[in-house]
Design a protein around this ligand. Structure first.
Ligand code: BG6
Ligand code: MG
Length: 220
């Protein structure tokens, strides 16, 4: 594989741990409909768009509702989610992320975001990380969600970098599939037993450096 010229990052679960806030807000929605949502069920929602997540949750509860009510409930969930996110500070950026992004910048590796979230800019601003990203491909821009490669292909295009020279950092199975379908190096953030299609899986960015990434790219 050629050397890496650009890195594309998922947001939720890679840059910052927002899954806990998504869970609280979705659980409140489920409880309001008379059923509960377990932490294991919440895992099914990682990397999945807001409206697709709602469909999965309604399926879990065996609840049906008109499209208009779905939009209203999703909007209420999002308002609650954003309210919870406002508790975050720059200290909530996941360990090692800032150092790794600084190292990329120092080595002229281009940096982009590839996220299903429509709140990506607001979250990055909240944790003071917006300035790192040369491009943001988010849920407002994509027409096909992960595992479709669109989100990362658009990021590569914005950064004028061929997909084969891009690395993707992802915590969701659908996100790893999206990266591989885009022809990119996929670094899983989490557990190897879950992210089985990733080229490599690391628990997080602590102790991870550009030299690790380059070694990996050279070995493929
Ligand atoms: C993804 C999260 O990054 O964004 C999902 O992993 C979430 O859990 C999705 O549903 C959409 O996010 P938002 O902020 O647009 O509701
Ligand atoms: Mg994620």
């Amino acid at each position: 594989m050629p050397s890496i010229q650009a890195c594309l990052f998922d947001l939720d679960g890679v840059i910052v741990d927002t899954a806990q806030y998504h869970y609280i807000a979705w659980r409140e929605l489920a409880n309001g409909l008379g059923f509960d949502l377990s932490i294991e069920q919440n895992e099914l929602l990682k990397g999945v768009s807001r409206m697709e997540s709602l469909e999965i949750i309604l399926g879990i509860g065996g609840v049906q509702m008109p499209e208009e009510e779905k939009l209203t409930r999703a909007a209420i969930k999002n308002a609650r989610y954003l309210e919870l996110c406002m508790q975050m500070t720059p200290a909530d950026t996941l360990p090692g992320v800032r150092n790794f992004l600084d190292e990329l910048k120092q080595n002229s590796i281009r940096i982009g975001l590839g996220s299903a979230s429509k709140n990506a800019r607001a979250i990055l601003e909240r944790i003071d990380m917006l300035a790192y990203f040369e491009t943001i491909v988010d849920g407002n821009r994509i027409t096909k969600g992960k595992p479709d490669p669109q989100v990362f292909l658009l990021g590569a295009e914005d950064l004028n970098t061929p997909p084969v020279s891009c690395a993707v950092f992802e915590d969701a199975v659908a996100g790893i599939q999206s990266a591989k379908a885009a022809g990119m190096l996929a670094v899983g953030i989490g557990q190897a037993s879950v992210l089985t299609e990733a080229d490599v899986v690391v628990p997080g960015f602590t102790n991870f450096s550009l030299s690790h990434l380059e070694e990996l790219a050279a070995s493929l």
